[in-house]
Design a protein around this ligand. Structure first.
Ligand SMILES: [Zn+2]
Length: 275
């Protein structure tokens, strides 16, 4: 059965500051030509350069996923791309006028809502799907992944942190737009207060605030109510789905991730590219 490609019929915009750069950035979604894939366009740079949203352009996976083509960069792609993938959008132009996508409230909700508002439609051409014929595993550092053939896409994630508010958490979902919207889109970025100064010194989290990151103190959560007791593992699933979007094919398999990281996620996508 042929599955048609999808794009958007209208446009939508949002803006905010980047978590790591702290820079203000305006984002606009526009329809992509059928077959053109997902592309970022830096409207603030001479020539308005485009950066394809594929794993070949990943340049940094420390704490967030960054893409670059020459001097044109786009940082923290994961929450937006998870929303793109959940809506099965294949062709899209994402214009931005800064180096990093806005963190918004730390979740994918604003991106998901904006894309929905721009009216997702079927367009010409066949969607590219990944169908595996055999299982395989990927291990990178403390992250490991098992991928198995499956008619329906499924993802499970387990994390294990020596922290009272987290501990060991597992979540597993069959993937659909509805599941993403209900169970995953609202899960926020989190970080440890104890690591804050070190990250600031490295030039990261310059835009972090209590309204865009769940901050973990030594024994709890600072200044917010968790949206779910296991919001942390749900956010790790969100990050994984965003990184998997960089395969630029719809995933039709089951993915089990243990202690996923952006570095591990990208190693997984590079392995999936071989199929
Ligand atoms: Zn994230």
């Amino acid at each position: 059965m042929t599955i048609r490609r999808r794009s958007i019929a209208g446009s939508a915009a949002l803006s905010g500051i980047g978590l790591h750069t702290g820079e203000q950035c305006a984002v606009r979604f526009l329809p992509g030509a059928p077959g053109s894939g997902i592309k970022f366009r830096r409207t603030d740079l001479p020539g308005r350069p485009e950066i394809p949203a594929t794993v070949d352009f990943v340049t940094d996976t420390s704490r967030h996923t960054c893409l670059a083509d020459g001097d044109a960069t786009v940082a923290t792609t994961e929450h937006l791309l998870a929303s793109v993938a959940s809506l099965n959008i294949d062709d899209l132009v994402i214009e931005l006028d800064g180096p990093e996508l806005p963190i918004m409230d730390g979740s994918a909700r604003s991106y998901f809502a904006a894309l929905q508002e721009s009216t997702v439609i079927e367009v010409d051409g066949e969607a590219d799907e990944l169908e595996l014929s055999a299982s395989f595993t990927v291990e990178t550092g403390s992250s490991s992944y098992k991928v198995c053939p499956s008619a329906h896409p499924k993802v499970s994630v387990t994390i294990d942190w020596d922290h009272d508010a987290i501990g060991k958490q597992s979540a597993a979902f069959s993937l659909s737009q509805e599941t993403f919207e209900r169970e995953i889109a609202d899960a926020r970025t989190f970080g440890f207060l104890a690591e804050g100064q070190e990250l600031l010194d490295k030039g990261l989290i310059q835009g972090a605030a209590l309204d865009n990151v769940v901050v973990l103190t030594d024994d709890g959560v600072d200044g917010t109510e968790l949206r779910w007791p296991d919001e942390f593992v749900r956010h790790k699933m969100l990050d994984l789905l965003g990184d998997l979007c960089l395969l630029a094919r719809r995933i039709r398999c089951s993915v089990e991730a243990y202690r996923p990281s952006h570095t591990g996620n990208i190693a997984l996508v590079r392995s999936l590219k071989e199929f």
